[in-house]
Design a protein around this ligand. Structure first.
Ligand code: FES
Ligand code: FE
Length: 437
């Protein structure tokens, strides 16, 4: 490769033949068989960084985080640090947060506003369209021999949908619209229901868990709620321990999946529903009269959750959170969590949404702690000799029994129950396809 090529070489990575053979022999996602070793193996993890994270469209930021020219936030795509910035021309771009001179982290703040990024090591300076525009003592140090054009920052493809900004290192392959596919309909229900904005910067914390366990839980697992979250029903935050059951599981192309809880009555006050009706087409606005909750994962590691909790100052309140399960090693995940609210909803609704988030799914939320406990325990177990050698996890719920809902307005394979693992099979099917392709 030309040392000055700015596109990177992620696509070239080959999977180790022994790992490839073992995956083919032991992993049968369509039959619900997923081997335990993929949740803590360093070899699997190395391959994932190249084959999954460097080739998928990855969520990096919400547009409300970079509203003005010069605004930026620093994020990760897999383990690659990136800068997401809005340039003077109004366009959002993403750059590898790495100086092209000798690899220093170019920007070390979480967020800010600037027209230029100056490297802390030797002072190379880049504008926010990625061009190298300043080199200290240029003449004395390099004469005419430094090709600045060849030292632009590495830049992934970037696009957005419904205010959600994504980027990918794959130079070729599907557009974001093609990659999201039918998932866009469900994203629109959540993120086009009003002008949405995030509240403050994301909260981040690290758990000793493999990232896939969280991603598959959000895509697919309503079954755990009655046991894992039983205490929540006991204290009255939800009506019964069966609250996870009623609704649909929706499988979407490219490994995406969604669970939709259905309620006989609207869970959102009429004045908020009226706001949604002004923004959404009729069939999506009508769906809001039935939604109890919605959880989803967009392959590989971006999840979203709309949930409701009772007893927030005597009211039942819904809130929306988005999640990144950032890989930090085979057995570590950094969880990034944002609260997303309707900019023009009544102040009380916005304030109570925030309370509901803190109480349930914020870092100290009671749902959140319940779930993390499962994922860290499973990950630790998969490090044991016997689990690594012989254990296969069971994702067979609903194999061969996927009754489809007739007449549902949204796309995808809409299955008439939430007690299903079709979405996990779909997620791991996509994972295996990308690992082997
Ligand atoms: Fe950035 Fe040298 S590493 S200027
Ligand atoms: Fe849970």
């Amino acid at each position: 490769m030309d040392v000055n090529d700015r596109r990177g070489t992620h696509d070239g990575a080959r999977i180790d033949p022994a790992l490839r053979a073992r995956l083919i022999a032991s992993m049968k996602p369509a039959d619900g068989a997923v081997p335990a070793f993929i949740f803590s193996s360093p070899d699997v993890y190395d391959a994932e960084l190249q084959r999954i994270f460097a080739r998928s469209w990855l969520f990096v930021a919400h547009e409300s985080e970079v509203p003005e020219p010069g605004d930026y936030v620093t994020r990760y795509m897999g383990e690659d640090p990136v800068i997401v910035t809005r340039a003077e021309d109004g366009q959002v771009r993403v750059f590898l947060n790495m100086c092209r001179h000798r690899g220093m982290r170019l920007c070390r703040a979480d967020m800010g506003n600037t027209s230029h990024f100056r490297c802390p090591y030797h002072g190379f300076t880049y504008d926010n369209s990625g061009r190298l525009v300043g080199v200290p003592f240029h003449k004395e140090a390099y004469g005419d021999r430094l090709d600045r054009d060849a030292l632009r920052l590495f830049q992934p493809r970037c696009d957005s949908h419904a205010g959600l900004i994504f980027a990918t290192w794959a130079d070729e392959g599907p557009s974001l619209a093609e990659y999201l596919g039918d998932a866009r309909w469900y994203l629109d229900v959540l993120f086009r229901r009003a002008t949405m904005e995030v509240v403050g910067p994301p909260q981040r914390w690290v758990a000793d868990a493999n990232w896939k366990l969280a991603a598959d839980n959000f895509a697919s697992d309503a079954y755990h709620t009655a046991t894992t979250h039983a205490s929540i029903a006991a204290i009255g935050l939800t009506p019964s321990i069966a609250f996870g059951k009623d609704g649909y599981q929706i499988s979407l192309a490219h490994g995406h999946g969604c669970g939709l809880g259905i309620s006989p009555q609207p869970m959102v006050p009429e004045e908020v529903l009226a706001l949604y009706a002004r923004h959404l087409p009729p069939e999506q606005a009508a769906l809001w009269r039935q939604i109890k909750n919605l959880h989803a994962t967009l392959f590989p590691n971006f999840s979203l959750l709309l949930t409701s909790a009772a007893g927030i100052e005597g009211k039942r309140i819904m809130h929306t959170t988005i999640r990144l399960w950032q890989p930090r090693g085979p057995d570590k995940v950094e969880i990034w969590s944002w609260l997303v609210v309707e900019r023009d909803a009544p102040d009380e609704w916005r304030a109570l949404s925030r309370k509901a988030y803190i109480l349930t799914f914020g870092p100290s939320g009671i749902f959140e702690q319940d779930d993390t406990e499962n994922w860290t325990n499973i990950t630790a177990n998969t490090r044991g000799a016997i689990a690594r050698r012989a254990a296969t996890f069971n994702y067979t719920m609903g194999v061969g029994q996927e009754p489809l809902v007739q007449g549902f307005p949204g796309p995808g394979r809409v299955i008439d129950t939430k007690f299903q693992e079709a979405n996990a099979r779909n997620f791991y099917g996509r994972w295996l396809e990308m690992m082997l392709a």
